[in-house]
Ligand binder design. Structure first.
Ligand SMILES: Cc1cc2nc3c(=O)[nH]c(=O)nc-3n(C[C@H](O)[C@H](O)[C@H](O)COP(=O)(O)OP(=O)(O)OC[C@H]3O[C@@H](n4cnc5c(N)ncnc54)[C@H](O)[C@@H]3O)c2cc1C
Length: 292
């Protein structure tokens, strides 16, 4: 099927206008359209009304504010890749965005659309989960905040309900923190076979640092909420060294649930999880600036 079924179209003039349109039944937000339009062509999505939010420039920002990086839902992948402030505090964004699709998709695909699509292979879902980010969901009665780790209910399903719009994502800036993302795909610009994101907060002697807190996100391998929770728990309080990273990576590989498919068998994907988690942890630790 190549042609979407009949659909009404409205271009939102303001966030308030978008919210009032979204309160109608069978309505979908149209952001970059890179995922929604193909799904409509395949008739996997059949909304009765599309609410185009591309004119809402007030949702297209990336800014540091009161100790948080705030990313508007309409910021494009390319904006995040180019953002100096995001890159300075969270190099994991540059790592991930460089391997999200291709320049054409990155120029128009949005950060909000990526999270709301809730594809199990979406790179930024694991990145934001590793960073323990918060999603700000707007509705006519006001905003509600949801930890990204509780945002996805399952494949292609989120907590954003009828009449609601993902407005922004907030990431706390923490001292002595480093981050990194590692992905393996079949070819340049493809979705992940597997990928791992790591965020490490270190403390103590710069020569023998200890892990104060760890965040590990996994992509495309069936990790609950995109998180390797058991590996994170293992790392807390341990030395930030190769031995800890390898042991945590083995735990992450054991506890995820990859499915065999055209991208590879289950044991290959578990092998990738172990290797990519080790590499991401190693690179995240190397990026921490720990003052003596
Ligand atoms: C060829 C190709 C390759 C790709 N490769 C990768 C890849 O390697 N890694 C990766 O992570 N992604 C990849 N993507 C996906 C890309 O990141 C898309 O940009 C993303 O999936 C959807 O963003 P969008 O802005 O196009 O959303 P849309 O398609 O417009 O929307 C997607 C869904 O989110 C909803 N939505 C959008 N914005 C909001 C909002 N603010 N509030 C509430 N609901 C909202 C829509 O209603 C829809 O259900 C690829 C896409 C393509 C086409």
């Amino acid at each position: 099927m190549q042609v979407p079924s009949h659909v009404e179209y409205e271009r939102a003039a303001s966030v308030e206008h978008a919210l009032s349109l979204l309160s109608r039944p069978e309505t979908c937000v149209l952001a970059g359209g890179h995922s929604l339009i193909p799904m409509m062509k395949l008739r996997l999505a059949q909304p009765e009304l599309l609410v185009d939010i591309n004119g809402l420039t007030e949702l297209a920002f990336i800014a540091l504010d009161a100790g948080e990086l705030r990313i508007g839902a309409l910021a494009r992948h390319a904006d995040l890749l180019d953002s100096a402030v995001a890159g300075e505090h969270f190099p994991i964004f540059g790592d991930a965005e460089r391997v999200v699709a291709d320049p054409i998709v990155r120029l128009w695909g949005t950060i909000g659309g990526s999270l709301c699509q809730a594809d199990p292979s979406e790179d930024l879902s694991a990145v934001f989960a590793a960073l323990r980010a918060t999603a700000v969901i707007r509705r006519q009665s006001g905003d509600r905040k949801v930890p990204v780790r509780e945002f996805h209910l399952g494949p292609y399903e989120t907590v954003v309900g009828p009449g609601e719009l993902l407005a922004e994502i907030r990431v706390p800036v923490r001292p002595a923190t480093g981050s990194a993302y590692e992905k393996v795909s079949r070819r340049v610009g493809d979705w992940s076979i597997a990928a791992a994101g790591a965020v490490l907060q270190l403390q103590g002697d710069p020569g023998r640092p200890v892990i104060a807190a760890a965040g590990i996100g996994l992509t495309a391998v069936g990790a609950e909420h995109f998180v390797a929770a058991e590996a994170e728990e293992f790392l807390a309080g341990r030395a930030a060294d190769e031995e800890s990273f390898a042991a945590a990576a083995a735990i992450a590989a054991k506890h995820c649930h990859p499915a065999a498919d055209q991208r590879g068998p289950e044991d290959y994907k578990r092998h990738l999880v172990a290797e990519l988690t080790t590499r991401a942890l190693r690179r995240a630790a190397a990026r921490v600036r720990l003052e003596p």
